[in-house]
Structures are given as structure tokens and as C-alpha cells.
Design a protein around this ligand. Structure first.
Ligand code: MOS
Length: 730
């Protein structure tokens, strides 16, 4: 068997193809990845791997203070190191790099802050200099040899700081409206049972194995950038605008990405600085951001704070749901992440009152991290539901059944499908939930407290515009092109499989080219919308191709989802895509249920999760093997958010303290045992023609609440602040 992979500077020559001897793919069939052999053989070209003649290497120096200004930079010691080629500070850059807006405010960037535009410091870890040298080791040594003087002020570093003032999200984000229905106070007054709980989740950082990197190479006035980014077209337009050149002079290449999970968002802060360095030196420049620096140069998940109020009848029917929440943004960007639209539409209730607030802190702008609002917001509501179930002495699954709803309780919009209880029932059967002991702290086995807990998962379906080129040559071989990219989600395989099935050609006759702005424009890979958008677009492109006479034929399709605004294609081309939730008159959601068993060591508080059943309904599943991997990955990360992940912040300095994988803990294989994934059928023709809903994020949602609820069942300790650590679990 042979594997074909041909990369070259010409996009027309590059692409990924299955091993020869493959048959025709069928939807619903498990398939290994067509790019798997390239990856395991080290042939998959990640952006940081590309070799270019004459390449030189950059390293960053970052700010030790969170707020103030740079007063001096002593560079003699750095300049004296042989091999140092260039040092860029605010004294060297200034307005050579233009402004760029934040992605969520009509711009293209992860953060609108321009680190080297002035001596001003707005967060700890802000880039204060980039050093370029013949090797990365020399660059790092020289960056460390810079002596930076500061004049600083005391920062307000987190939501926990009493000086952190919050404002209503509705005043910041024109798209946000606090949801209200009925009279929550009246519902609370007449309720037989009330829950009033406060919950918090910590700052978290994306830590993909592949670090952020940027490699810039000029050819005359044309710039090629190799950078792992989940939004190539935004990076292209944002960079062109920062450098004052036409977007068609900038090409971004990102054929494989070693994970992002919401990081590597759009245009990065380091990209224009690298491009400037490459132009000044007349040589290609590569920066690989260190693990330590990526905590501040890239984005992160905001900490959150919640107050949940539930009013219920004695038989467990919700009369009212209140969810007040706060998140943070930087002082210079409005990163607005609303979560109560899901938490207050999950269950039936006569009265609903939500209020979301946004605090301002002296940190870099946060960003989306896998299921950005649902992970923290469902931790809060699903913990409170467990508290209600315990107070009422009703089984927590039964409590959810009694409050299941076919429509949004506030707007009355019906769900396209509502398979939440089918997820619970499937998971309960596999788990053996009927054997659960409802009484907390009742089961001690071999020195471990045993507990069982559950929580729901839910997330709206998103979809966006797409553009595809599909060409078949006279031999029948097919080529698919789009500037979307492979983040480990199996996109190469998915697109090839759709073409193989629709055009009835063996899988190894299909070449997929991704990750290059020279290809038809693509939107962001986010919101679990990639597969949904591209599968629908590609199906239409295949049908259009089949309508052409046989022989060499080609289709160039610009695709709009139903409900998109007519200018959505212009937005796609300009790097301003808006993912939409459609259809507009209904709620199209994915659902899931997590059932977990925890063991808490009676003497040490050590927490283990020996069993975890996740059942998910997310529309039609094209490749069960790939879907299974997505779900397992989400469930594993969910355990991390429940038990391990937390970025520690020094409140006095605004410095993140645990900026490495030795101290920022994530689950390892040894932590992940006993996972079962169940895919619950969810036939939803109303959602989109392909019936797909996207499942990249649903797997992580609800896990933290399920674990916290299981810990309560094990030990009687109700943990309302993540992560759950041994010292609090007993
Ligand atoms: Mo998700 S982190 O909204 O792509």
C-alpha cells in the first residue's frame, strides 16, 4: 500500500488522499483517517515544521508587570551575543504595525492590543520585544538578556478582586438580551422548595500539544505566512490591514493544526511583528511561542461566577429559574460570551430571570475555549438541579424528566428535536443507574467513598457560509478545495468520504486540499460548525457536478445556509463570517447526558473516575469512529475541567503562576479509564439538509457538574467551585 502526499508551493499540487485500494465510502461507516499515515510517519506538514532557505528564528521578551509602561530597555548584553540579527521593541515598531479590531467586534484579531505600538503595558506577559537570531537558542538567550525597566501600577487582575467593577453584558454587547419571563420573586415566594447557590469556575488555558507559531516569508511584495490558525481568512485580512498591503498579497498556510480547542483564534499578536522582522531582514523568520508565553500571548477561558435560584413544587416541577452570571474581558476588547440563553432554556419554568455581567481586568482578552459558555454555565445550573433533586429526595434523572420541555420556556420556540431524556435513558441503562444509592456518604468500599452523579449537556447548533471548488478529471479522479483546515477533527477524511459516496468513486480517487488562503475562502473552525457547514455545501457541490456532462468537469460553489443574510458570502470572503443558529423560528440543539462514578479516598481525598458513560444526540453521524474520538476527547477534557485545570493568578501582580504543563494539570491516559460513548439516534430533517448538528463540543459540556454531583453523592461534600481538589472533596 502506498500513501500519496505531494506538497509544493502551488496549491494545485498539494492535497491529501487515502491509501490506494480503498473502496467507496458510505455515510454511517467507520473509517480511519486518510491523513493518519501522514501523521504517524511524520509527513504531515504542520505550519511550524516548514523548512525555508535562509530561515532565522525569533523569541519573545514579555512584560513582568500587568499595568504601566516600559521606561527603559537595556539591550547591549543581547546585541553582544553572536548571531543576534534584530531586536524589535516599541522604539523600533510604533506605527509600522497598524491597528486591528477584535474578531467579535468587526475586526480580525484575537486581541486588539498592539504590544509594540507604544511603551504602554496592559497585561502581564505582554510582548515587549522580539529578538531575531540565527538560531532559536540564540534568540531565546538574547531575549532573556534584555533588561526592561517599568513604571507600574497595581492591577485589577480578576473577577475575584473586590475592585473589579462589572457592567451589564446587554450594555456592552448589542446582541445580548437578558432573558426574562414571569415573576421569579413571586415564584420563589410560593415555592415549596428553593435552591440559592453560588458557583465559580476558574481561568483556564488551552494547551494543545502544538504551540502557536508563525513563519513569515516575503517574495517581493508578497507575504506567505505559515501559522496554525483556525481562521485563515481573518488572519489574511487582519495582517494585510496591519501591514497596509492588499489582502491578495498575503497568503496564509495552515494545512494541519495540532489542536486549538478555541485558541489560535484568528489573527495573532505576534504575526505582524514576525512579518515586519522578515521584511527588515530580507529573510524568512519563524517564531515558536513558548508554552510559558502562550498563556498570555494567546487567549484563555474567562473565570465565571454564578448565582442560581430555583423555585420548585414539592413534586419537583420548576416554577422559576434565575441565573445571574459574570465573566470578564480585557479593558480594550469586548469579549462577550452569553450562556444563560442555554441554561435558562434547558427546562420548563413559569418564571425565568437571567442577568449577565462583564468585569474588566488588566489581562489580555479572553477567548472561546471548547463549548465556551456551556461548560461553565451548565456546571452551575446542573449542580443546582442536583441540589434540588437531593433536597426533594427525587432521583436526579427523574427530576430532569419532570422538567423536560419541547419548547423554550421564555420564547415558546419549539426544539427541532428534544432527545435529552433519550440520552439519559440510554446512559442510565448502560451505567446501571438503578443500582445507585441516593443517600450521600453511604458507600465506603476498600477505603474509598463511592458516588454516582449525572448532568445534562446541551448546545445550540451553528452553521455558516462555505465555498468549495470541486473538480473531476477525465480519469474520474476528484479534487476538493477549501481554505478550511484540519485541526484533528478528521476533516480531510470527512470531505473525501462525502465525495466518494456522492460521486460513487473509490475513496483513494479523491484528493482533499485544505488550509491555504489560495483556495476558496473558508470561515472559522468553531462553534462545532465546520462539519455541518461543509457537509451541506459539499453535498450540493457534488449534486451540481453530477448535473454536468461526464468527463473533465468542475464546480465552484458558494454556499449559504438557510436563514443566512445575503451578504454572508461577502463576509466569508472578508474574514467576517458570522455563524448562525438556524432555523430561526426553532431551537436546534445537540444534547447529551453524563453519568459518572467517582471514588474519593477516605483518608487522602484523592478523586478517581473509574466509570463515565456519555450518551449524545447530535443529528446524523457520518463517521462513527471519528465521532467516538471527538466524544472521548470531550469527556476526557471535561474530567480535566472538573478535577485538574486551573490557571493560578497572583492577585497582587496579575501574573499567571503556573504557565507550564508541570503545574497546569490536564488529564493523562492514566486518568482516563472506563469511558463509554453512546450515540443516540437523532433524525432531524429540520436542522439542515444533511441533518448534521456538529459534535465537536457537546462531549465536554456537563462533565464537571456530573463529577461534582457524584462527589456529593460519595462524600456529602457539595463543591461549588471548580476544580474539585482532594482538600475539598471529603
Ligand atoms: Mo468553540 S471554542 O466555540 O469553537
Amino acid at each position: 500500500m502506498t500513501t500519496t502526499s505531494t506538497w509544493s508551493a502551488s496549491p494545485a499540487a498539494s492535497g491529501v488522499r487515502a491509501q490506494s485500494g480503498s473502496d467507496i465510502a458510505r455515510a454511517g461507516q467507520s473509517r480511519t483517517r486518510i491523513d493518519g499515515p501522514l501523521k504517524v510517519c511524520g509527513l504531515a506538514e504542520y505550519p511550524g515544521d516548514v523548512t525555508l532557505p535562509g530561515i532565522v528564528h525569533a523569541a519573545l521578551a514579555v512584560s513582568a508587570i500587568a499595568r504601566g509602561r516600559v521606561t527603559s530597555i537595556y539591550r547591549d548584553a543581547a546585541v553582544a551575543i553572536p548571531g543576534v540579527l534584530l531586536i524589535l521593541t516599541h522604539e523600533d515598531v510604533g506605527d509600522a504595525i497598524g491597528p486591528v479590531g477584535h474578531l467579535m467586534e468587526g475586526g480580525w484579531a484575537n486581541s486588539s492590543w498592539r504590544p509594540l505600538a507604544s511603551p504602554e503595558i496592559r497585561y502581564a506577559g505582554q510582548i515587549v520585544a522580539m529578538v531575531v537570531a540565527e538560531t532559536s537558542e540564540i534568540a531565546a538567550a538574547a531575549a532573556a538578556a534584555l533588561r526592561v525597566g517599568y513604571a507600574g501600577q497595581s492591577p485589577v487582575a480578576s473577577l475575584a478582586d473586590p475592585r473589579c467593577e462589572t457592567e451589564r453584558l446587554a450594555d456592552v454587547s448589542p446582541e445580548h438580551h437578558d432573558r426574562r419571563k414571569g415573576d421569579l420573586d413571586a415564584a420563589l415566594a410560593k415555592a415549596a422548595v428553593r435552591i440559592d447557590g453560588r458557583y465559580t469556575t476558574p481561568i483556564q488555558h488551552h494547551n494543545p500539544i502544538e504551540l502557536p507559531s508563525t513563519t513569515c516569508s516575503w517574495d517581493g511584495d508578497r507575504l506567505t505566512v505559515y501559522e496554525p490558525t483556525r481562521y485563515l481568512v481573518a488572519a489574511q485580512h487582519g495582517l494585510a490591514s496591519q501591514l497596509g498591503i492588499a489582502p491578495d498579497r498575503v497568503r496564509i498556510i495552515s494545512r494541519f493544526i495540532g489542536g486549538h480547542f478555541g485558541g489560535k483564534l484568528a489573527l495573532s499578536q505576534q504575526t505582524a511583528i514576525c512579518a515586519l522582522a522578515a521584511r527588515r531582514l530580507g529573510r524568512p523568520v519563524r517564531l515558536e511561542v513558548s508554552r510559558r508565553d502562550q498563556f498570555t500571548v494567546a487567549n484563555h477561558r474567562t473565570e465565571t461566577r454564578h448565582r442560581i435560584r430555583l423555585a420548585a413544587t414539592a413534586d419537583g416541577h420548576l416554577l422559576g429559574v434565575g441565573h445571574d452570571a459574570a465573566t470578564i474581558s480585557s479593558r480594550f476588547d469586548n469579549f462577550a460570551m452569553e450562556g444563560t440563553d442555554v441554561s435558562t432554556a434547558l427546562y420548563a419554568a413559569d418564571a425565568v430571570a437571567a442577568e449577565e455581567r462583564l468585569g474588566r481586568v488588566d489581562r489580555n482578552t479572553p477567548g472561546p475555549m471548547r463549548a465556551p459558555p456551556e461548560v461553565p454555565f451548565l456546571f452551575a445550573i446542573e449542580s443546582a438541579m442536583d441540589e434540588l433533586a437531593h433536597t426533594l429526595n427525587i432521583d436526579p434523572i427523574e427530576l430532569r424528566r419532570r422538567n423536560d420541555t419541547l419548547a423554550d420556556p421564555v420564547t415558546g420556540k419549539p426544539f427541532t428535536t428534544r432527545p435529552l431524556m433519550r440520552c439519559f435513558d440510554a446512559a442510565a441503562a448502560a451505567f446501571g443507574w438503578s443500582d445507585r444509592v441516593a443517600q450521600p456518604r453511604a458507600t465506603l468500599r476498600d477505603g474509598w467513598w463511592i458516588g454516582h452523579g449525572c448532568a445534562a449537556a446541551a448546545r445550540p447548533v451553528k452553521i455558516g457560509a462555505a465555498a468549495i471548488r470541486l473538480a473531476q478529471d477525465a480519469t474520474g479522479a476528484v479534487r476538493v478545495e477549501t481554505a478550511h483546515h484540519e485541526i484533528g477533527n478528521g476533516l480531510y477524511t470527512l470531505l473525501a468520504s462525502i465525495v466518494s459516496e456522492r460521486l460513487n468513486v473509490p475513496l483513494d480517487r479523491v484528493t482533499v486540499a485544505l488550509g491555504d488562503t489560495a483556495l476558496p475562502p473558508a470561515g472559522i473552525s468553531g462553534g462545532s460548525a465546520t462539519t455541518t457547514s461543509l457537509a451541506n455545501a459539499l453535498a450540493e457541490a457534488c449534486d451540481a457536478l453530477l448535473r454536468k456532462p461526464e468527463g473533465a468537469r468542475e464546480v465552484r460553489l458558494d454556499w449559504l445556509p438557510a436563514g443566512a443574510k445575503p451578504n454572508a458570502l461577502d463576509e466569508l470572503r472578508a474574514g467576517h463570517i458570522k455563524l448562525i443558529t438556524a432555523p430561526e423560528d426553532k431551537l436546534a440543539w445537540t444534547f447529551g447526558a453524563h453519568l459518572v462514578e467517582v471514588r474519593v479516598h477516605a483518608a487522602t481525598g484523592e478523586i478517581r473516575v473509574p466509570r463515565h458513560v456519555g450518551a449524545f444526540a447530535a443529528g446524523r453521524v457520518l463517521n462513527p469512529m471519528a465521532a467516538h474520538s471527538q466524544y472521548i476527547g470531550g469527556m476526557a477534557w471535561g474530567l480535566g475541567s472538573a478535577l485538574l485545570e486551573k490557571t493560578e493568578l497572583d492577585p497582587r501582580t496579575g501574573v499567571y503562576m503556573n504557565r507550564d504543563l508541570g503545574e497546569y494539570l490536564v488529564p493523562t491516559f492514566a486518568d482516563i479509564v472506563g469511558q463509554t460513548v453512546i450515540m443516540v439516534p437523532d433524525d432531524d430533517p429540520a436542522v439542515n439538509p444533511a441533518g448534521m448538528k456538529g459534535l465537536g463540543e457537546i462531549g465536554i459540556i456537563g462533565v464537571a457538574a456530573a463529577v461534582a454531583n457524584a462527589v456529593f453523592n460519595a462524600t456529602g461534600a457539595r463543591i461549588r467551585d471548580l476544580p474539585i481538589r482532594p482538600e475539598t472533596a471529603l
